[in-house]
Design a protein around this ligand. Structure first.
Ligand SMILES: [Zn+2]
Ligand SMILES: [Zn+2]
Length: 152
């Protein structure tokens, strides 16, 4: 079962299942990650369990106008997952993929989607299939659309 933790290991989690891996190029993710993009694992909330620590949270409206909540360690400040009240995020957890404990696991988690590619830095080359908000009409599309601009 995959496990993960914040930088200081005060917060620890585990989850079941595969998840849906999404690279996000939105500007808030850039700021949050301190990097050019974020890598996220979208999971049903029921398959994600904190095994140590209690996160602090901060909420702000996402693109939907409904709250997106960052869950971060009160000790080290590291955001390890995101939840939200928008239609697609409700019932889901977005785990920051770099928090996985097994460094080899991330190598096996091939991203299924890239979003907010209009903000993708020019030097980042990938050949992933790109989907944009609204292109999907099914449930995953709704999830993606609500996941976008996590901090919007
Ligand atoms: Zn911590
Ligand atoms: Zn983002």
């Amino acid at each position: 079962m995959p496990t993960g933790s914040c930088l200081c290991k005060n917060l620890q989690y585990e989850y079941t299942g595969e998840g849906h891996v999404i690279i996000c190029h939105c500007l808030p993710c850039r700021r949050l990650s301190g990097s050019a993009f974020s890598t996220n694992i979208l999971l049903p909330r029921s398959s994600f369990h904190l095994t140590s620590g209690t996160p602090k949270t901060i909420s702000r409206p996402g693109d939907s106008g409904l709250d997106v909540t960052l869950n971060f360690c009160p000790e080290c400040g590291h955001t390890i997952f995101v939840t939200g009240e928008g239609a697609g995020l409700r019932g889901s957890v977005v785990v920051k993929a770099g928090t996985l404990d097994d460094p080899e696991l991330l190598d096996k988690l091939i991203p299924a989607e890239e979003i907010y590619t209009e903000h993708k830095v020019s030097w980042m080359q990938t050949e992933r299939k790109v989907k944009r908000p609204g292109e999907n009409s099914g449930p995953m599309g709704a999830v993606l659309a609500a996941t976008l601009m996590l901090l919007g």
